[in-house]
Design a protein around this ligand. Sequence first.
Ligand code: DGT
Ligand code: CA
Ligand code: CA
Length: 492
Amino acid sequence: MDRDQVAEILSEIGVLLELQGENPFKTRAYSNAARALDVLTEPLPKLVAEGRLGEVKGIGEGLQKKIVELVTTGRLVYHEELKASLPPGLLEMLQIPGLGPKKVKALHDKLRLTTIEALEKACQAGQVADLDGFGDKTQAKILEGIDFRRKYASRHLLSAGLVVAEPILDLLREHPAVIRCGTAGSLRRHKEVIGDIDFLVSSRAPLEVINAFTSLPGILSISAQGDTKASVVLAGGIQADLRVVSDGEFPFALAYFTGSKEHNIVMRQRAIQRGLRLNEYGLFRSTEETRDPALRLPCHTEEEIFAALDLDYIPPELREDHGEFLAAEKGGLPRLVDWTELKGSLHNHSQWSDGLGSLEDIADYMEDLGCQYWAITDHSKSSHVANGLDAARLRKQIGEIRVLNQRFADEGRDFRLLCGSEVDILTDGRLDFDDDLLAELDVVVASIHQGFSANEAEMTRRLVKAAENPFVHMLGHPTGRLLLQREAYKVD
Ligand code: DGT
Ligand code: CA
Ligand code: CA
């Protein structure tokens, strides 16, 4: 087990102990130890192997033993027993915003609540508001949090989906029974949030492919397994569907399972208007539903299907029935932006606030990737948690960027850093820096990081006031939404 996993288990022990009502001294020892591991400068396994854990500040003998057990065996009996001694619903409650160990313990002790469902009923009955330290506002917030969780529990970020899908696709590609394969569904359409992952394979031996798929590494459990399809759960709890078709059907199945549903409906209508039938098995010369290969139009690729329906090729990202058909009929589809066309970015952080890289490392890296400019827009002073810069540090950063840029120019490099700030919009709509400082910057991004709960009129007023400042170039994250984590704030 590596350092991060060990630290995570130690902090979970701290939380579990707090839920049990252990004294704060004991619970804090675990969170402190987790934090001590976070800042280790040497690899944890090395310290353990050399018996030098005792050198780390804040880790007593009892904790050392537990860390050794975790590092060497990958588990900790104490942790497992502790976890088993508490209803699992309590840990789930902790995921609701605003509910920490103390509040969850109170809900358990006073109302005997052990599940989210029971918590929801208690809130609806107004019992939670009556508890000491809760109140109407907290109760409403808990209900909101439960709703949010329900809505998003089975949704995942595209990035999380791609990370697990790509290695599986690579393994499928190498399998001798696989002719063509790819992803479909919302993942192929590059939706920012996806429900499940859809894989599609063409093969003459579907069973072999299904068996290979369900025994791939990275598959946690099998939910369904048939002759031509299977559903599994992948790492991270993401569901995945696999369908196996003949190679003749592949382009049609690919188009169908890529979706979206709304897009597919229009495609079927276009087929019918032309005296044809379109479904997941083919595009057929028929006026009735069929899957007879003898009636199938010989399309080998999706491009040929679109062409048969008098359309330019519509890239998956545009298949939402949001106007793509009108555009594709008259050669008017927009060209999608490609990674290689990216010349720079205007909203980025460095280690001066809460980013990871130094100015120079960032410049080298982005230039290597083919960029010509990269703005450094670190946080301003009111964003304490993000280590925001005050005016003096920002002036110092501007100076360092100028020196670096001079050097790049001297070296004949076609790359520049831009000076900037992600300046906080304060609750009264004023900005965190004076205009004379903002005037010195190449890029000013203005963002709201506090007072999210204001009403729509107030939120809108703040954004408008910030945007009216002549030195502000753009608003950062203008809705405040965090995918799967936080709803947008109310703004008109
Ligand atoms: P997701 O997984 O919720 O993020 O969204 P999708 O689009 O990946 O949906 P999914 O996995 O349920 O199905 C994959 C595709 O299969 C979907 O985009 C379109 C197609 N499809 C599924 N069910 C139907 C249906 O009832 N009618 C039509 N026309 N297409 C369907
Ligand atoms: Ca899907
Ligand atoms: Ca699916």
